[in-house]
Design a protein around this ligand. Structure first.
Ligand SMILES: [Zn+2]
Length: 393
C-alpha cells in the first residue's frame, strides 16, 4: 500500500497526482466500510481534500488527520533519482515519512481494531481527513475538518511523523504559529553622479530595518524572526528608490505571537536614512502576508498525552512530549477538539531529495521497524480513549 502511494507523485502543485492519490487512498479504506467525500480546495490549483467516514452506533467519533501532498515536483524526483528504495530497515522515497507512512499507520490502526476489537470499532464513528495541500498551509482544510466535528468527537489525531529522543517516542503537544511578512523601504531616486545628495537610499534604509527585525528574536519568549529574502535597486548609477525584505516569525503562545507581531508593525514609519538636501526621509512599510496561529500547550492535549503515556507503560514503550517549531494541521484544529500529533512512524530527512555518494546528503526515509510498535501504541491508547468515553457522562 505504501509503495503504491509513494509511486504516485503528489506534489502540491500536481493536482492530477494529488487526486489520483486521493482515489487510491479511498479505495484502500473501502474494504473497512469507509465511504468517501472529495471536497474541492478553495484554491482551484490544488487537488481535492479527502474525507472518509464510517458511522458507528454511538454518537462518539474519533478523527484522524493526514495529508495527500508532498513537497517534491515530478522533475525533482527524476533529477535526483528519488523513488521507492528499500535498504535494510529504511524505505527511501517521496512522502515515505511525510506523510504517506502516516496514512498507512491510520490504516493499520483501524484494520487492527476492526479485527481485534470489533465491538469498539463498530461503536465509534470514524472520520478520516486528508489535506490536499498541507505543505502550503491551506486554511480551508481546517474548516472542512471542523465542520465534521461535533460534541461527540473525542480527539483529532494527527499522523505527522513521530519524534525520537533516544528510545523515547515523542508525541507532538504544541506547535509554533507563524506569520510571514514584508517590509518595504520607499526612498527617493536620484542620479548617482549629478544629484547624489538629493537621493534617499532605500537599500541603506532596508539594511537598518532588517537589523531591527532580526533583533526581535527573543529566546526567553521562544519567539524567532527570520529575514528570508532581500532585494532592491535597479541600476548602479542610480540612488535606489525602493528595497524590500520578506521573512517570517514564529511563537508557541498567543501572547508571544502577539508581542512579536506588535513589535514588527511598530517598525513602520519614517526611517533614519534621509536626503541631506531637504531631509526627505525613507518611508518604511510593514505588511503581514499570512498568519497561522499557534497551537499552545493546553490541558485537552495534555489529557490525550497522558492516555498515550499509559499505553506506553502497558507496552514497555517510553513516551514523552515534544513542542515542535514546524506547523501542521494540528494548528488549525486544537481549539475545536482535543488534538495530539506525531502519531506516524519514525523517519528522517523530511523535505530532502538529494543523495551524495559519501552519504553526507540523504533523502527522506521511513523506518520500517517503527510501524508495528507505534501502531500497537496508538491502538492501545485509542482503545482506552473509547473505553473512557463509555464510562463518562
Ligand atoms: Zn511536510
Amino acid at each position: 500500500m505504501l509503495r503504491r502511494m509513494v509511486e504516485i507523485n503528489s506534489f502540491t502543485g500536481n493536482r492530477g497526482g494529488v487526486n489520483q492519490l486521493g482515489r487510491l487512498t479511498a479505495a484502500c479504506f473501502a474494504d473497512l466500510g469507509f465511504t468517501s467525500e472529495f471536497v474541492p480546495s478553495t484554491n482551484p490549483a490544488w487537488g481535492d481534500h479527502l474525507v472518509l467516514t464510517r458511522p458507528g452506533r454511538s454518537p462518539r467519533s474519533v478523527a484522524m488527520v493526514s495529508h495527500l501532498d508532498t513537497v517534491f515536483p515530478p522533475e525533482e524526483e527524476v533529477r535526483n533519482g528519488f523513488r521507492w528504495q528499500l535498504e535494510g530497515d529504511r524505505i527511501y522515497g517521496p512522502g515515505t515519512h511525510d506523510i504517506k507512512g502516516g496514512t498507512v499507520m491510520m490504516w493499520l490502526i483501524v484494520s487492527a481494531l476492526q479485527e481485534l476489537s470489533p465491538t469498539a470499532f463498530n461503536e465509534i464513528s470514524w472520520r478520516l481527513f486528508w489535506n490536499s495541500s498541507e505543505e502550503t498551509l491551506s486554511h480551508d482544510f481546517g474548516d472542512v475538518c471542523r465542520s465534521h466535528f461535533d460534541h461527540g468527537t473525542l480527539a483529532a489525531l494527527v499522523f505527522e511523523s513521530e519524534g525520537r529522543l533516544g528510545d523515547e517516542r515523542l508525541m507532538v503537544v504544541a506547535r509554533k504559529g507563524r506569520a510571514t511578512w514584508r517590509v518595504t523601504a520607499a526612498g527617493r531616486g536620484a542620479h548617482a553622479g549629478a544629484k547624489h545628495s538629493h537621493g534617499a537610499n532605500a537599500i541603506v534604509q532596508i539594511s537598518h530595518t532588517i537589523q531591527r527585525v532580526a533583533a526581535l528574536t527573543d529566546p526567553t519568549r521562544q519567539l524567532t524572526f527570520n529575514v528570508g529574502t532581500v532585494s532592491g535597486g535597479t541600476v548602479l548609477n542610480r540612488v535606489p528608490h525602493e528595497a524590500l525584505a520578506e521573512g517570517e516569525f514564529r511563537a508557541f503562545t498567543p501572547e508571544a505571537y502577539a508581542h512579536g507581531k506588535a513589535a514588527l508593525l511598530a517598525l513602520a514609519g519614517p526611517g533614519e536614512v534621509r536626503s541631506p538636501v531637504d531631509g526627505y526621509a525613507c518611508d518604511v512599510k510593514v505588511e503581514i502576508l499570512s498568519e497561522t496561529r499557534p497551537w499552545p500547550r493546553n490541558p485537552d492535549t495534555d489529557r490525550l498525552l497522558a492516555v498515550w503515556r499509559r499505553a506506553g507503560d502497558q507496552l514497555g514503550i517510553a513516551v514523552d512530549a515534544e513542542e515542535r517549531g514546524g506547523l501542521s494541521d494540528g494548528n488549525l484544529l486544537w481549539d475545536a477538539v482535543p488534538t495530539l500529533d506525531g502519531l506516524g512512524p519514525w523517519g528522517d530527512n523530511g523535505h530532502c531529495s538529494e543523495r551524495s555518494s559519501d552519504g553526507s546528503k540523504l533523502p527522506e526515509y521511513v523506518d520500517v521497524a517503527s510501524f508495528v510498535p507505534k501502531a500497537a501504541l496508538n491502538l492501545v491508547a485509542i482503545a482506552e480513549l473509547i473505553e473512557q468515553a463509555d464510562v463518562g457522562p
